[in-house]
Design a binder for this molecule. Structure first.
Ligand code: PLP
Length: 466
C-alpha cells in the first residue's frame, strides 16, 4: 500500500514506515492510503478469526511489504494479548437492552481506547527504529488520555524517549498520577505553568523548527498518526462480528468523538465493505462536529470545558481526511479549502452534505452534562453497568436514533469510569471500584520536571537530556 499527503498536488508516494515515523506530512497535510482495500468478499473468513489474526488480516492490507509478515504477526500477538487488555476478546461486547450494545475499548493499561492503537505504535516503532538503528524523541502535549496511553505504550522502549507537556493545574489528580507514576528513565513528564493551550503552542512552535527537530530526532504520536488510525479499523470489524450472525446484516456504530480519529477508522472500515449502516458521531457541548454532520458547515469555535474533557476540541485534527474524500481526493481543491479555513475558521461543504449523510452514512448527536449524568444513572440502575461521561454521550445518541428495524447499535466505550470518578459519583452517588492495580494510585511516587512556559526552556530541556 502506498500513501499520499492530502495537500500534495504532485501526489508523491510514501510507504507505511515513512508515514508511521513522520506523522504530519511536511506540506501540512495528512497521509492517506491511495485506495481503500475492499474486503467484502472475505467477511466470512474474517468472522472466524481471533483478534490478533483479524488485526493481521486487516492491517497487513495497509502495511504491505513495509514490514515482513513474520514480524507483523509477532508484533500483533504481543500487542493484542490478554495480559495487556484483560480478555482474549480484547474488545468484548456487552448487551445493554433492545438492540443497544457496548463495545469495551478501554480495558488497556491506561483505561482509555487510545491504548488499542498506542500499544501497537509502541511495538512497531520500537521494531522499526531498532532495524534502522535510530532513536526518536516523541514530544507531545495533552491534558487528558493521550499522555498516559503514550507513556504506557513507550515505557522501557530503548530507542524511544517520551516528553509530554502537561499543565501544572487542570489535570485531575488521577490523570496526573497515571502519568507521573511512570518512572522509567525514558519517560519525561514536563509540568508547565499555565493552561493546556500553552503546552500545545510550545509543541507546535518546536515542530516548526525543522533544523532542531532533525538534529534531535523529534517525532509525534498524536491522533493524526496513520499507524493509530490503521490499528483502530480492526475493532470495528470485531464489534460487527460480535453482534451479527451473518454478513448480510447491518449495524450502527456510535462513537464519542473529539479529534475524529476513532470515527474516521469506522468510516474507513465502511469504505472497505464492512456493513455499517450509520456512523453516529456523539459530541458534548462542543458541537463543531455535530453541526458539521448535520449541515456540512464546519466552523471552529472556542472550546467549552466539560465533564467529558477528551471531547473538548474545537478543531478536529483528523477531519481533513474526510474532507479529502468529500472533495474527490483532489489535493488542489483541498489546499484551496484549507487555506480558506485557516483565515475564516469556516469551511462550507453544505453542497456535499447529501453525500456525507446518505452515501457515507454519518449522523450525529450532541449532549450536555445533565443528559450524560442521567444516562450514567439510568444505565447503572437498569443494568448495573457503570459507564463514563464519554461513553454516556454515545448511549444518549443511540437512544436518540434507535428505530424499530432491530439494527444492532454498538456504542463504543472509550474510557473506564475510574478515569472520571467525580462526574460518575455525581450521577450514581458513589465512586465505582477501581480496576485491579489502580487502587491508591495517587499515593504512588510521582516524577515531574518543571520548565518555564517558554520555547527556550523546552529546547534547553531537550538539549540537556538527549
Ligand atoms: C480521545 C478520546 C475521545 C475522542 O476520540 P477522537 O479519536 O479524538 O475523536 C473520546 N473519548 C475518550 C475517553 C478519549 O480518550
Amino acid at each position: 500500500m502506498e500513501y499520499i499527503s492530502t495537500r500534495d498536488i504532485n501526489k508523491k508516494k510514501h510507504n507505511f514506515v515513512e508515514v508511521l515515523l513522520s506523522g504530519l506530512a511536511p506540506d501540512g497535510g495528512l497521509y492517506v492510503p491511495i485506495k481503500y482495500p475492499l474486503v467484502s468478499a472475505y467477511l466470512g473468513k474474517l468472522r472466524q478469526l481471533e483478534y490478533p489474526d483479524l488485526a493481521f488480516q486487516i492491517m497487513s492490507l495497509f502495511i504491505g511489504d513495509a514490514i515482513s509478515e513474520l514480524q507483523l504477526r509477532s508484533i500483533l500477538t504481543k500487542t493484542y494479548h490478554q495480559d495487556v487488555f484483560k480478555t482474549k476478546d480484547i474488545t468484548p461486547v456487552t448487551h445493554l437492552d433492545d438492540h443497544i450494545y457496548i463495545q469495551d475499548l478501554s480495558s488497556g493499561p491506561s483505561l482509555a481506547f487510545k491504548d488499542i492503537a498506542m500499544q501497537f505504535l509502541g511495538h512497531i516503532m520500537d521494531y522499526v527504529l531498532q532495524e534502522n538503528d535510530q532513536t526518536l524523541t516523541i514530544v507531545g502535549a495533552s491534558s487528558g488520555d493521550t499522555v498516559s496511553a503514550a507513556e504506557e505504550a513507550m515505557r522501557g522502549k530503548h530507542n524511544i524517549n517520551v516528553v509530554m507537556l502537561t499543565p501544572k493545574t487542570g489535570m485531575s489528580p488521577f490523570q496526573k498520577a497515571q502519568a507521573g507514576s511512570i518512572l522509567e528513565p525514558n519517560i519525561f513528564n514536563l509540568s508547565v505553568p499555565g493552561p493546556f493551550d500553552i503546552c500545545q503552542d510550545l509543541v507546535k512552535t518546536l515542530n516548526r523548527d525543522n533544523t532542531f527537530k532533525q538534529h534531535y530526532n523529534i517525532g509525534a504520536v498524536n491522533s493524526i498518526n496513520w499507524g493509530r488510525i490503521c490499528a483502530q479499523i480492526v475493532y470495528y470489524f470485531k464489534g460487527y462480528f460480535s453482534v451479527t450472525s451473518d454478513n448480510s446484516q447491518h449495524v450502527d456504530m456510535i462513537v464519542p468523538s473529539g479529534n475524529f480519529g476513532n470515527v474516521l477508522a469506522g468510516y474507513i472500515a465502511k469504505q472497505m465493505g464492512l456493513p455499517i449502516r450509520h456512523l453516529i458521531v456523539a459530541t458534548n457541548e462542543n458541537r463543531v462536529l455535530d453541526t458539521f454532520v448535520k449541515t456540512g458547515v464546519y466552523q471552529q469555535q472556542d472550546v467549552i470545558v466539560t465533564s467529558s474533557p477528551s471531547m473538548d476540541i474545537s478543531k478536529a485534527s483528523n477531519i481533513e481526511r474526510l474532507f479529502f474524500d468529500l472533495l474527490d481526493q483532489k489535493p488542489s481543491d483541498l489546499c484551496e479549502k484549507m487555506i480558506e479555513f485557516e483565515t475564516s475558521k469556516l469551511l462550507d461543504l453544505s453542497s456535499l452534505h447529501d453525500r456525507l449523510k446518505n452515501h457515507y452514512g454519518f449522523l450525529s448527536d450532541d449532549s450536555n452534562h445533565d443528559q450524560r449524568s442521567q444516562v450514567i444513572q439510568r444505565v447503572y440502575e437498569d443494568h448495573r453497568y457503570i459507564i463514563d461521561p464519554h461513553t454516556a454521550a454515545a448511549v444518549k445518541a443511540a437512544q436518540t436514533y434507535r428505530d424499530n428495524t432491530g439494527t444492532p447499535m454498538l456504542c463504543l466505550e472509550t474510557a473506564k469510569p475510574t478515569k472520571f470518578e467525580a462526574a460518575v459519583k455525581e450521577a450514581i452517588g458513589f465512586v465505582p471500584d477501581r480496576p485491579k492495580g489502580f487502587e491508591g494510585l495517587e499515593s504512588k511516587e510521582q516524577r515531574f520536571f518543571d520548565i518555564d512556559a517558554s520555547i527556550g526552556s523546552l529546547k534547553s530541556f531537550i538539549i540537556e537530556h538527549f
